[in-house]
Write a protein that binds this ligand. Structure first.
Ligand SMILES: [Zn+2]
Length: 872
């Protein structure tokens, strides 16, 4: 019922908006003019706005826009003395003021409508002929310096300053309209005149008139006092000094400000938000979000207020043309760490929990945006400010359509916005506390694990569940994603293969993706191209995976196609024949290409007698043998509830994805007689210490030293991972950079239930290269790596992994792999945190265990003797 009542209110409220017509005009000198007739009171407001402020300033001029503002209502050519000036204002009944912001400076007077013409002349004189009298400048300088003193007496001023500096570094001044004391102290009349000539030109200004005036008469006065005869256009000041975009945070930062006289400790956070220049629609969504968060009855306020965390807490956004900011501020009742964690949890919930904001709250927020506009429009003066704000920081079109467009914002838009701009994004967190307060904490404690590394943020939107037939599914809602991906995992890999059947699953799945009963080969190709869909497939020791990704519009159909391929693959003889040829080519490479041979020999040494002896890629013999029937059987036995794991990453709601999966994969059934037994995976027990494999065609010698790695569920796994990343860097440094022995030495890390890693290089001096490898292995076993080295390799590793997981399908693949091999999809998001906790001691212990037993494989033209290993 409340909803209906609300709709009725909206219907009543909206027509009132059409009340004020904004007449827009551009004069020949470039001046933008807005006139709004408002006859409810016999007054008029005249405002001049100029595109200047902190954003136009540099180290030398920071603060000039502000000082200029103070000099505006001073003597000019028409009324030189300050006494006469003040007297004239009184005569005309003028109320005046001005403000300086980051992107706009404005000056406005309100006076009786009968004095409109005189008021226009008064503003024109002030604008066009200021004297910048030295005596007045000296006086006003003191007034501005007084503003600094006043600000500095407020402890929170320093918090803002510190956070601004942390966020923007040298560019912080572009968000500091108050400016530098130095600029104010050294400003001269000449500097002011130059500043005026550069920025106070008609083609950088807006004149707004709102009140009890006639539009046509107003335009006559505009021409008379502000037209091209009085005011000449100048060079575009912004084109002359193009500014780079505001820097955006690459990592989180913490600022702790301890000062005297802090009444209540407070916590602030700042994120880089959208701005009008780069993402205008997001600024609109951000405004709706701000309104939702402002609702006193909403969850956000309840958490902080009823939870006793803060006396007051707000999370908000304000539009700017360049470098918009999202801010949080709270006056604390609990410790800063507790409030920070609560805040980050709420942000995660805004994405994770589709019901965080209700539909009703959304209507209320949108209704408030409409009524705000009505309130603003009541006051002519407030309306001039709103108009000039939009002119400077957005656009008048944006203003005109604002209420209508914000009514179109959906809760899905809001979630996508939070996901894109806030959740898991770096921030600046600031804490202000009194010198005597024991709530003081250091920067590192305040920062703790930054948002970009926290599981709660990263894992938000992921749900796992089972379909009715028992098939496990993991679904990630990725609001705003334009590509959706489905990955179908089939657990087992080599554990289901025998010497006879090795390779069958890979062959079967590759062939299945070529066509189905429902979508035969040509139809399938056509359909996938039409949808812009792509399929992929891999088969390894532990699992097989087939996937499809598509632009969101065609995703349902793409899922249906993949499902049909797995349910009833076509497997026509032409397709199989072609696949057999491709497979044979792969095997021929093993005989000719050193890297492929090295891999094959390494496999033989490590997996003799092990489950992994049965290669997922099969052998030349088995692969020529499989017929359509064998392949059909292989697909069928892979598609059982005990083996299949479905992973979807898409912008769609979890419930929608769930029903799509039920519909498209509900056909999967447990085999009669139950799921087949799977061979257990033992640790590897390699057979040979060293093997040389001759290859005539090899130009250089290829070396691999391989060793067993801990399983992904082993507690030593994180340390092993860090160790291998560090080892990679060290080999690169020792072999490539220092000695130029090899083009691309590597330390390879594998993730498998029985994993093998290796150190690898190809070199024209294999003996020396192996010696260097052995030295580096010995060193990492003996010496503790500096903590700074670990930090550095992790930073690089983090970038690499983040890059790899950018796409929906890579995310889906990572989630499924973690679920199968590490026991939980959460590991994807916990890994960074786990790796960052690894100590130098743990790395050394891992090195001692892992490098205790290294098996060498060498492929080359010239034989190499095992004795090379003894030289060390
Ligand atoms: Zn001021």
């Amino acid at each position: 019922m409340r909803k209906i009542a609300l709709a009725a209110v909206l219907a009543l409220a909206l027509p009132a908006l059409a009340e004020d017509t904004v007449h827009e005009k551009k004069l020949d000198n470039g001046l933008d003019v807005l006139v709004v007739e408002k006859h409810h009171a016999p007054i008029v407001t005249i405002e001049i706005a100029v595109k200047t402020g902190a954003f136009t300033e540099d180290r030398q001029t920071n603060g000039l826009s502000h000082l200029y503002e103070h000099m505006f209502f001073k003597g000019n050519a028409a009324i030189p003395t300050q006494e006469a000036y003040m007297k004239r204002m009184q005569e005309l009944g003028i109320k005046f003021n001005g403000t300086t912001g980051n992107e706009r400076v404005n000056y406005f007077i309100t006076l009786p409508a009968k004095n409109f013409a005189a008021g226009m002349r008064f503003m024109s004189d002030a604008l066009l002929t200021p004297l910048f009298n030295q005596e007045e400048l000296e006086k006003e300088r003191l007034v501005v310096i007084g503003e600094y003193d006043r600000n500095e007496s407020r402890p929170d001023y320093f918090l803002g300053l510190g956070m601004n500096k942390a966020a923007y570094g040298d560019d912080a001044l572009r968000k500091n309209a108050l400016g530098e004391r130095e600029t104010i102290l050294h400003a001269t009349r000449e500097i002011m005149v130059n500043f005026k000539n550069a920025f106070y030109i008609p083609n950088n200004s807006l004149l707004t008139i709102v009140g009890d005036v006639n539009e046509t008469e107003a335009q006559v006065l505009v021409d008379r006092y502000f037209g091209p005869n009085q005011w000449k256009a100048g060079d575009d000041p912004h084109a002359a000094h193009p500014r780079p975009p505001m820097p955006r945070l690459e990592g989180s930062k913490a600022v702790v400000v301890v000062r005297d006289n802090v009444a209540t400790p407070s916590l602030s956070c700042m994120w880089n938000g959208p701005d009008f220049e780069h993402d205008p629609h997001a600024t609109l969504v951000a405004d709706v979000w701000s309104k939702l968060l402002g609702l006193r009855s909403g969850r956000f306020h309840k958490v902080f207020r009823d939870g006793g965390l803060a006396t007051q807490a707000s999370l908000h956004y304000r539009t700017e043309r360049e470098g918009g900011e999202i801010g949080f501020h709270a006056t604390l009742r609990k410790g800063p760490a507790e409030v920070r964690d609560a805040l980050l949890k709420e942000i995660a919930a805004m994405v994770d929990d589709a019901g965080y904001f209700s539909d009703e709250e959304l209507s209320v927020a949108q209704h408030l945006i409409a009524t705000d506009r009505i309130y603003q429009n009541q006051s002519g003066e407030a309306l001039t400010h709103t108009l000039s704000f939009h002119w400077a920081s957005a656009s008048l079109d944006f203003y005109r359509t604002y209420v209508e467009e914000s009514a179109k914002v959906s809760l899905a838009d809001v979630r996508a916005f939070v996901k894109h701009y806030v959740l898991g994004r770096p921030y600046v967190i600031g804490f202000l506390v009194d010198t005597k307060d024991d709530a003081k904490i250091d920067q590192a404690t305040l920062l703790a694990t930054p948002p970009e590394q926290r599981t709660e943020g990263l894992a938000a939107g992921v749900t796992s569940f089972k379909l009715k037939n028992g098939v496990k599914a993991i679904v990630r809602e990725e609001p705003g994603a334009q590509i959706a991906a489905l990955e179908v995992f089939m657990d087992g890999g080599s554990a289901y293969l025998t010497g006879e059947t090795q390779g069958v699953e890979r062959f079967a799945l590759a062939a299945a993706l070529e066509g189905s009963k429902e979508f035969p080969r040509d139809a399938l190709r056509h359909e996938l191209e039409h949808l812009g869909a792509r399929t992929s497939q891999e088969s390894g020791y532990d699992y097989s995976r087939v996937g499809v990704q598509a632009p969101t519009d065609g995703f349902q159909q793409a899922m249906a196609i993949l499902s049909s391929c797995l349910k009833e693959p076509e497997l026509d003889e032409k397709t199989l024949d072609q696949q057999r040829h491709q497979i044979a080519q792969g095997f021929r490479r093993e005989e000719r290409e050193p890297d492929a041979l090295l891999r094959k020999v390494g496999h033989q040494i490590f997996f003799a007698g092990h489950v992994y002896e049965n290669r997922p890629e099969g052998t030349p013999e088995t692969m020529q043998k499989f017929d359509a029937e064998a392949l059909r059987k292989a697909v069928k036995s892979a598609m059982t509830p005990g083996r299949v794991l479905l992973v979807v990453v898409s912008p769609f709601g979890t419930d929608d994805v769930k029903s799509a999966l039920e519909e498209k994969f509900g056909w999967i059934k447990a085999p009669e007689g139950g799921e087949p037994a799977r061979a257990p995976i033992a640790a590897v027990s390699p057979t040979e210490k060293f093997r040389f494999a001759p290859l005539k065609s090899a130009e250089t010698t290829y070396i691999s030293g391989a060793f067993a790695l801990p399983a992904p569920t082993d507690p030593m796994f994180p340390a092993a991972r860090v160790l291998m990343t560090l080892m990679h860097e060290r080999l690169w440094d020792a072999i490539r950079t220092k000695r130029a022995l090899s083009y691309a030495p590597q330390a390879r890390f594998g993730m498998a239930r029985a994993a093998v890693g290796s150190v690898y290089a190809s070199s024209t001096d294999p003996k020396k290269t192996i010696v260097v490898m052995l030295e580096e292995i010995a060193r990492i076993k003996e010496e503790l790596a500096p903590a700074s080295d670990l930090k550095a390799v992790l930073a690089g590793d983090l970038t690499r992994r983040a890059q790899q997981s950018e796409s929906s399908s890579a995310q889906a693949a990572a989630l499924g792999r973690a679920e199968l091999l590490q026991g939980s999809w959460r590991k994807v998001y916990e890994e960074t945190d786990e790796l960052s906790k690894v100590t130098p001691e743990q790395v050394r212990d891992a090195a001692r265990k892992i490098f205790a037993d290294v098996r060498w494989t060498v492929v080359g033209r010239e034989p190499l003797d095992e004795k090379v290993l003894e030289r060390n």
